[in-house]
Ligand binder design. Structure first.
Ligand code: ZN
Length: 317
């Protein structure tokens, strides 16, 4: 089998190991013939790969800030073929490769009876019982936090034969690690904003609007969000499911009331609320929150006027 076949990604790892062994055996011959360390060998400057596989001395910040590279398999093979036993300087005789998502772990054997070298291309996060390669978690995190989807990054990776995590790993890490982190960060950010707003002692002006997962009468979810118009930050939101209200149309008002009640309950002084001209919200403002000023936002007003102007002649015809 020609080398080029292997480098293009053969599934048969035994073939790879055999061919690598042949190459190394040719080198071994010269090593035994000399029976001495090569002249240019400097033990102190020899690659010490054994420490690279642990992250015990690294913080999460170090791992995030560390640069990452795309490394080709054949380039890695060249590097690993040059490693030698740390005890006796014997050259490599075989290596086994295990691919785990974006990570690759090598077990390297030497022409001596000393211990094999276990080398991982990535540090690990978590405990020794439940550890995960940092690159796998960070691939998931970068995908979720930049608004991409698994299918997009999977296609990207397929296009260039880049090792990638499976969809089940992606969704497992998303639900078990990433979403809890987002929730935790949101809770902290919201608490900080509540403390700041209460400390200002000035009634806030909030702009609110709802966004549903699909238009029309078939929406299943609606997110109602309030923005502080001064800082332009979203200070609270509510995700409503249609089963909570019975109808899709009722979700927006329900989300509005839930979010506003929670803000008032947390001690935020709300002076003015700006919304679109939603009938249910106009009614709720009059009946439930009569002391809060209610205004309509310019965007929705302008849109309504524009539609009336465009539709006017045909409507009257
Ligand atoms: Zn050795």
């Amino acid at each position: 089998m020609p080398d080029s076949v292997i480098l293009q990604g053969s599934d048969d790892e035994n073939d790879q190991v055999d061919i690598q062994n042949n190459q190394v055996h040719a080198q071994d011959k010269s090593w035994h013939e000399n029976d001495e360390e090569p002249d240019d060998f400097d033990r102190d400057s020899e690659l010490d790969l054994s420490n690279s596989s642990t992250s015990e001395d690294k913080t999460y910040g170090d791992i995030v800030d560390s640069m990452k590279f795309i490394v080709f398999e054949d380039c890695l093979d060249i590097l690993l073929a040059q490693t030698r036993c740390a005890e006796c300087n014997a050259p490599m005789c075989a290596k086994n490769k295990t691919v785990s998502g974006t990570n690759v772990v090598y077990s390297i054997e030497y022409l001596c009876n000393h211990q094999e070298l276990a080398w991982s291309a990535q540090p690990y996060l978590g405990t020794s019982k439940q550890k995960v390669a940092a690159g796998n978690v960070m691939t998931c995190a970068a995908t979720l936090y930049t608004g991409l989807t698994y299918s997009r990054i999977s296609s990207f990776a397929n296009c260039m034969n880049l090792a990638m995590i499976s969809d089940s790993t992606f969704y497992n890490l998303q639900s078990s690690v990433l979403i809890p982190i987002v929730n935790e960060a949101w809770k902290k950010q919201r608490n900080d904003m509540m403390t700041e707003l209460k400390g200002n002692n000035v009634p806030v002006t909030l702009a609110g609007d709802g966004r549903c997962d699909s238009p029309g009468f078939n929406a299943k979810y609606c997110t109602y969000s309030f923005q502080d118009t001064l800082s332009r930050r979203i200070i609270d939101y509510e995700l409503v499911q249609v089963t909570q209200t019975g109808t899709s149309q009722a979700m927006e008002k329900f989300g509005f009331c839930q979010t506003l009640d929670r803000l008032l309950c947390d001690g935020v002084s709300v002076g003015t609320i700006v919304t679109d001209r939603h009938v249910g919200i106009r009614s709720a403002m009059k009946k439930t929150y009569p002391n809060t000023s209610h205004q309509f936002d310019v965007y929705h007003m302008a849109n309504t006027i524009r539609k009336q102007e465009v539709q006017g002649p045909w409507r009257s015809a």
